[in-house]
Ligand binder design. Structure first.
Ligand SMILES: Nc1ncnc2c1ncn2[C@@H]1O[C@H](COP(=O)(O)OP(=O)(O)OP(=O)(O)O)[C@@H](O)[C@H]1O
Length: 606
């Protein structure tokens, strides 16, 4: 329960709605409990009319009903019945109006809290460092923002509403009942706690079973989702039958649990009806006995039966409210854990996205180990890239090339050593300014399910509609292909860009980075999916684009048409070779070997 205290700030924020909601609940219940009193009064009048006995004193009624009765005293019997019926109708109307207002305030408040929580979680996601995303599954993160927040909302809205409703109704009913007949009240409400406890236990079982059903459903969904995404692999390995078998097994487990849940749910309403029936029976039995000795009590029996039926729903809601609160507490605990996770990489200077950089990029004795795997990716790495210089970084797979890019962008911070731009240690610089200063083309392309045009414009800091997107697509040698698409630049690329080829996606992602026009360009193996001819074309185009920009290109293939100031060969996170093209050829090491291999491949007949 203590976890839910984190929500108090939201209750405070929406305190006007909350207080108004509580007021409406009480008011709605006030009119609700007046109706049985008026009904009881009418029944008494009928009874007295039939028996021919004159009306008795009515001091046991609540003040407002008493006022009505006093007013009706001089009316004829038929008018009393007619006016009382109209009053009952009006009470129902008033109750309805205030119920509407109660939902409009309390449920709407819960929707506002849900909105705030979702935004807070999403905002926190964006602040977290890459390490967090590597150690948490997408499903888990999606669950927190969707499932957990929904459960918390059930606490903030419906649970609060049902609790206040229950308290108000029970209090008002009990006051009325006790005023009328103390003994009868005790007897008829006796089964109600039993009702609440039974419902609570049935609810707990239902809750456990539905959790299991939910988990199995999520397995089933993941299973189906993987089958769709991996359909090419499944088909090419002829594993359709095996996959169907696997799916059927999961599906069978889901069916069994869902059926078992349905059985327990089927007990819910009958057990509730049984206990309410018991209370009604007791009221009629004891009330009739009383009515035999005192016929004026007939009206009370009717009144009590109505009260019991009125209390049925709120009392049975105790069980569901209790499990709502339990679930919300568990979900809020998960949300709190997440919101309390501090990002390892933080922005030291908040709100200074306009900060500028100048000077050389310097890696000084940088060592970095991935925290969650313990893999040391860089060791004592030093490099200086002067403004406007072009640097190519080569090396075997897993040698630490991409890690360099990630450290420069501060996706991670080095364990040892420092990275400077000019005289600024990047750890002390504004994080958004640093990332704006560098245009990055990542190794694994990601496109949003939007139009090609919007994907390329993604990095634009202002909504500049005059920008010539085609020019950047031309640099990336993808303009003609985009124009030949169904709707040109307005073509939707599908989820993660599925409707484009691997090479097209890479080039759209290059165009996106070029359009950012940052002073530093950082390309991470971004031409692996394009053919040699296209690669040559892009690299030649880039030559002019990159003229005044500092450029770091991470690649597996040597780009011959760019004149690099420095070429670095990485091996196991350390510099194995460094120098210019000519110097490295003269060294006759890994670079020379790679160069000769590439030359012979290019000369080989296709
Ligand atoms: N997110 C990560 N978590 C843990 N270890 C990682 C992570 N990314 C890379 N590594 C490890 O760090 C080492 C360096 O990886 P890195 O991606 O920098 O190599 P690379 O030279 O870019 O490789 P490639 O050419 O295949 O892209 C590898 O051993 C790799 O397994």
């Amino acid at each position: 329960m203590k976890h839910l205290a984190a929500l108090n700030k939201y209750f405070w924020k929406y305190r006007v709605r909350l207080l108004a909601g509580i007021f409406f609940v009480v008011l709605s219940n006030y009119f609700t409990v007046m109706a049985p009193e008026v009904t009881g009064y009418v029944v008494s009048q009928v009874q007295q009319y039939i028996s021919g006995q004159p009306g008795k004193t009515t001091e046991n009624y609540s003040a407002s009903v008493l006022a009505l009765i006093n007013w009706l005293r001089d009316f004829s019997f038929s008018k009393i019945v007619l006016i009382s019926s109209i009053v009952i109708l009006l009470l129902a109307l008033l109750r309805g109006i205030f119920m509407f207002l109660m939902r409009q305030t309390l449920i709407v408040m819960s929707r506002y809290i849900e909105y705030d929580l979702k935004n807070a979680i999403y905002n926190h996601y964006q602040q977290l460092d890459m390490g967090f995303f590597k150690t948490h599954s997408t499903g888990d993160m999606m669950n927190r923002i969707a499932e957990d927040v929904s459960r918390v909302r059930m606490y903030c809205g419906p649970a609060v509403m049902y609790t206040v409703n229950l308290l108000a109704l029970i209090t008002l009913c009990l006051v009325n009942m006790l005023r009328k007949d103390f003994h009868l009240t005790l007897v008829v409400v006796a089964p109600l706690p039993l009702l609440a406890i039974t419902i609570y236990f049935v609810n707990t079982i239902i809750h456990k079973k539905s959790e299991r059903v939910q988990a199995l459903l999520s397995d089933l969904t993941t299973n189906a989702q993987e089958s769709y995404s991996g359909i090419r692999v499944i088909k090419s390995f002829v594993q359709e039958k095996a996959m169907l078998g696997f799916f059927s097994k999961n599906s069978e487990a889901y069916r069994k649990n869902a059926v078992s849940l349905a059985k327990v749910e089927a007990i819910y309403f009958p057990s509730m009806t049984l206990l309410v029936g018991l209370s009604t029976l007791l009221t009629i039995l004891i009330g009739s006995k009383m009515a035999l000795t005192n016929p004026d009590k007939v009206g009370i029996i009717v009144e009590f039966v109505i009260y019991i039926n009125m209390l049925m729903f709120p009392v049975s809601a105790i069980g569901s409210v209790a499990s709502m609160v339990q679930r919300a507490a568990a979900s809020q605990k998960r949300i709190n854990e997440f919101l309390d996770t501090k990002p390892l990489v933080t922005d030291p200077v908040k709100n200074n996205a306009g900060e500028t950089f100048s000077g050389s990029i310097v890696f000084k004795n940088v060592t970095f180990t991935y925290p969650h795997t313990g893999i040391r990716a860089l060791h004592n790495f030093s490099l200086k890239v002067k403004p406007g210089e072009k640097v190519m970084i080569l090396g075997k797979t897993g040698s630490g090339k991409s890690t360099l890019a990630q450290l420069l962008l501060r996706f991670y911070d080095p364990d040892e050593g420092e990275i400077f731009i000019g005289d600024k240690n990047i750890r002390n610089a504004s994080l958004p300014a640093l990332r704006n200063y560098i245009s990055y083309v990542p190794q694994d392309v990601f496109l949003f399910s939007d139009t090609v045009d919007n994907n390329i414009r993604f990095g634009l800091r202002n909504n500049n509609n005059d920008i010539d997107v085609g020019k950047y697509a031309e640099y990336a040698a993808v303009n003609n292909e985009i124009l030949s698409l169904d709707k040109g630049y307005e073509t939707m690329v599908g989820e993660r860009g599925v409707t484009l080829s691997g090479g097209q996606k890479q080039r759209v992602s290059i165009a996106r980075a070029l359009l950012k026009e940052s002073p530093v360009m950082l390309f991470d193996d971004c031409l692996s999916a394009v053919d040699a001819k296209t690669e040559h074309k892009i690299v030649s185009n880039l030559n002019s684009f990159l003229q005044n920009k500092t450029t770091i290109i991470i690649t597996h293939r040597i780009f011959l048409s760019i004149k690099f100031d420095k070429i670095i060969i990485l091996s196991n996170g350390e510099i194995a070779e460094a120098g210019t093209h000519a110097e490295l050829l003269a060294k006759d090491g890994y670079y020379a070997e790679l160069y000769n291999l590439q030359l012979s491949e290019e000369k080989a007949p296709v």
